[in-house]
Design a protein around this ligand. Sequence first.
Ligand SMILES: [Zn+2]
Length: 80
Amino acid sequence: MMRCREAIDVLADYLESTLTPEVLEQLELHLRDCAPCRAYLATYKRAAELAAKVNRVEMPPAMRQRLRDFLSGPGSGTSQ
Ligand SMILES: [Zn+2]
């Protein structure tokens, strides 16, 4: 029986459909019985889809710069 840790380890491969049939079966069995892992998978999947969408749409340079300023944290971007 697969454990949660193992299941989470292979989720990325699961989403890319690169799992072997044996592992895939184990994972699906585990997901059927394990609500926390199903919730984790749903979150993971949404994040992956979001990331794919963001990468596909080119971000305007101005927005990218603003985002970088924002991410660089308080104090480091604003003078005065
Ligand atoms: Zn689990």
